[in-house]
Design a protein around this ligand. Structure first.
Ligand code: ASP
Length: 309
């Protein structure tokens, strides 16, 4: 039977080893496993890659441990503005939202943009109107409140600093979430969701909701979800770059992903990582930070749940 597979991430740039307690590490791995198993079981039942990635990302969004959905970081004015995108490698349909607030699962809204609108990318107020028209419940700020994130923000709130979860200067580094999957038909998909960066302002949008930058899927090559310093990932058009190296140079998903993360994005000055899968269910999860919350499972029986190198 054809190999099917899923990989997920909870952000590159992790807690430095000294801050990571065994209890915390267990909690991270537990939530990663929960999301991994939920996504994998969709594939096992012959479900689609797009359903599998949405299922896995929703679970990561619902976990306060990750910077997406519940647990999203605070903006400069003390609110939460979330970004998400999803892409189907079979149809090349895609959907993205940015600067949305009060939405429990931004990834589902991104999927609704893909399936229920004529558009690919909706932002801010317009995206919120779209959500309301689809009868989304708007959660109040309490739902997203997380004590740790609040502390992160209080430390820098009256400064011009913004904090990338991947900054090596800070102890606290959490990230974006994402999933890529290859189903039993050999169709692939990618999904990415984030709260962006602490203390962001001016409607700052990162790579996560941008098709080609933080998220991309094409049955011809691979499905990719990125995490890292968004400004660099946008300029490097990272997710699409991996697909291009595969398409035009004939490279494997592993070689293409590693080239982009260990060379091309580092030459620009960016840090982070990505997860990728091809149509044969081969997974790559390179990162150039100290760690990346990540997990993968294939129908060949390989399962990985890891944080550090
Ligand atoms: N890439 C995300 C952004 O720049 C942040 C992250 O991956 O944690 O918004």
């Amino acid at each position: 039977m054809k190999t099917y597979a899923i990989a997920i991430h909870g952000g590159a740039g992790t807690l430095v080893k000294g801050m990571m307690t065994p209890e915390l590490e267990t909690r991270y791995k537990k939530d990663l496993k929960l999301a991994l198993e939920a996504g994998y079981s969709v594939l096992e039942k012959n479900g689609t890659a797009i359903d599998a990635v949405e299922t896995a990302v929703k679970i990561l969004e619902d976990s306060p441990l990750f910077n997406a959905g519940k647990g999203a970081v605070f903006t400069a004015n003390g609110s939460h503005e979330m970004d998400a995108s999803i892409m189907d490698g079979n149809t090349l349909n895609a959907g993205g939202v940015s600067l949305v607030s009060g939405i429990k699962n931004p990834i589902s809204l991104a999927r609704d943009v893909m399936e229920k609108s004529e558009h690919v990318f909706l932002a801010g107020e317009g995206a919120m109107t779209f959500a309301q028209e689809l009868n989304y419940t708007i959660e109040d700020a309490d739902y997203f409140y997380d004590e740790f994130r609040h502390q992160q923000w209080l430390e820098i709130k009256d400064t011009d600093a913004f904090q990338l979860d991947h900054s090596t200067k800070k102890d606290a580094k959490f990230g974006t979430v994402g999933a890529v999957a290859c189903d039993q038909n050999g169709d692939i998909a990618a999904a990415t969701s984030t709260g962006g960066m602490t203390n962001k302002k001016w409607g700052r949008v990162g790579d996560s909701p941008m098709i080609g930058a933080g998220n991309y899927a094409n049955n011809k090559t691979c499905a990719v979800s990125c995490t890292g310093s968004g400004e660099f990932f946008i300029r490097g058009v990272v997710a699409y770059d991996v697909a291009c190296l595969m398409e035009h140079k004939g490279w494997s998903v592993k070689k293409a992903s590693e080239e982009v993360i260990h060379h091309r994005i580092m030459e620009l000055g960016g840090d982070g990582g990505l997860i990728a899968v091809d149509r044969e269910g081969r997974v790559a999860m390179p990162f150039n930070t100290e760690g990346m919350y990540r997990a993968s499972k294939t129908s060949d029986g390989e399962e990985i749940i890891a944080i550090y190198k």
